[in-house]
Design a protein around this ligand. Structure first.
Ligand SMILES: Nc1ncnc2c1ncn2[C@@H]1O[C@H](COP(=O)(O)OP(=O)(O)O)[C@@H](O)[C@H]1O
Ligand SMILES: [Mg+2]
Length: 368
């Protein structure tokens, strides 16, 4: 994460952007600001409008109303090729019959610089993405990860202020994708330009981004840094989309002095701070949510530092470093998931085991 990114000036501004494809309302009032030098992600399920929004930055897509500003300038009459942006497509968008350096230098073909200067720029771009010495190779002979680097070098050589990436890693296998994620983060820090990434993969967005806009159906549901999105999602829908969140039915009894009194199934009566209820809440039926790692199964002799409840283990999934337990808390039908880090010498518990469970009011989020 970039330190003090909040102090940076804005690079991209969306002001109440609407986009229609015929009758279809694809973008429904997008207002947001992306900061200079930020690694920003658009995250959401397929069809929610991520690519459309990204293309309005590039100028590949016109908008129906509202405004897109880049670096303080209104983009309405600025065509794509005159915007300070460049788009990285998936790795298969490189030309297989050209060499690596021909691919990278492709965008410079109308550049007035001398051939020697262009060759130098190509070599620099290749070095930047870790492909020094690969210039003469045939592009078709490269691995998926190397092709992705060629696509990046080809975009970076034009020195854009904003790099736009539309699911650039989705064609790679899991190991390669994780490696490229780390490389992309490093590269973004090194070049310092604004990156806007489109992804439907919540883990990828959490790992890579300074901030994330979570989108559903043409709208931004929440825009925040990864930790806020994870710890304080503003709706059940966002909570469900980002990681695993358990929900228990709850009744709101009242509110006093910044505390909301709640009766939650399986947990009992609890006071929740109003800042742990990021959505609009009033009295009545609600639910409390908590992440699997915020509950702890207590082994014999252990005591809870805060609150304690009890239940029965319903399912056990062993992951080596972690075990996921589905625990049926007393008085609740649906089991909750609890993740426990495995500790050497401590047994994995069996299905059917009665167990005490430690929890804390501070980890709960209250939803409508
Ligand atoms: N050129 C187009 N013409 C008509 N509808 C489109 C066009 N491009 C995208 N759409 C529709 O707009 C919605 C958003 O698409 P898109 O931005 O590609 O979503 P995402 O990238 O989040 O998967 C989808 O329902 C899609 O079918
Ligand atoms: Mg898309």
């Amino acid at each position: 994460m970039t330190v003090q990114s909040a102090d940076r000036p804005s690079m991209i501004e969306f002001q109440d952007v609407h986009k229609y494809y015929g009758d279809y309302h694809a973008l429904r009032g997008i207002t947001a600001s992306i900061r200079a030098g930020e690694f920003f992600s658009l995250l959401g399920p397929s069809g929610c409008g991520k690519t459309t929004l990204l293309r309005t930055i590039a100028g590949f897509e016109g908008i129906s109303s509202g405004a897109v500003m880049i670096d303080g300038k209104h983009m309405e009459h600025v065509p794509a090729n005159q915007r300070p942006t460049n788009m990285v497509f998936q790795s298969y968008a490189i030309f297989p019959h050209l060499s690596v350096e021909q691919n990278v230098g492709f965008g410079l073909r109308r550049d007035p610089r001398s051939e020697a200067d262009k060759a130098k720029a190509v070599a620099e771009a290749l070095e930047m993405v870790g492909l020094k010495g690969y210039g003469a190779r045939a592009a078709h002979a490269l691995s998926g990860g190397q092709r992705q680097r060629v696509a990046l070098a080809r975009a970076l050589i034009l020195k854009p202020k904003v790099l736009l990436l539309d699911e650039p890693l989705s064609a790679l296998d899991k190991k390669m994708r994780e490696q490229m994620q780390v490389e992309l983060i490093k590269l973004q820090r090194q070049v310092g330009i604004t990156f806007v990434l489109v992804t439907h993969d919540q883990e990828e967005a959490l790992v890579m981004s300074d901030r994330i806009a979570v989108m559903f159906e043409g709208e931004i549901a929440q825009l925040a840094d990864p930790e806020t999105l994870y710890r304080r999602p503003n709706s059940r829908r966002v909570a469900d989309f980002i990681g695993v969140m358990n929900f228990l039915p709850a009744t709101i009894l009242g509110e006093a002095n910044g505390q909301i009194q709640v009766e939650a199934a399986g947990l009992g009566r609890v006071e929740i701070e109003t800042n742990q209820a990021p959505g609009a809440i009033s009295e009545g039926e609600a639910s409390v949510g908590f992440r699997p790692e915020t509950l702890t199964i207590l082994y014999e002799g252990q005591t809870a530092s805060d609150r304690e409840t009890a239940g029965t283990i319903d399912e056990v999934v062993y992951y080596g470093d972690m075990t996921y337990y589905d625990v049926r808390l007393d008085g609740v039908d649906k089991p909750v998931r609890i993740s426990m880090r495995n500790v050497f010498g401590r047994p994995v518990l069996d299905i059917g085991t009665r167990t005490r469970v430690a929890w804390s009011a501070g980890a709960l989020v209250l939803f409508r």
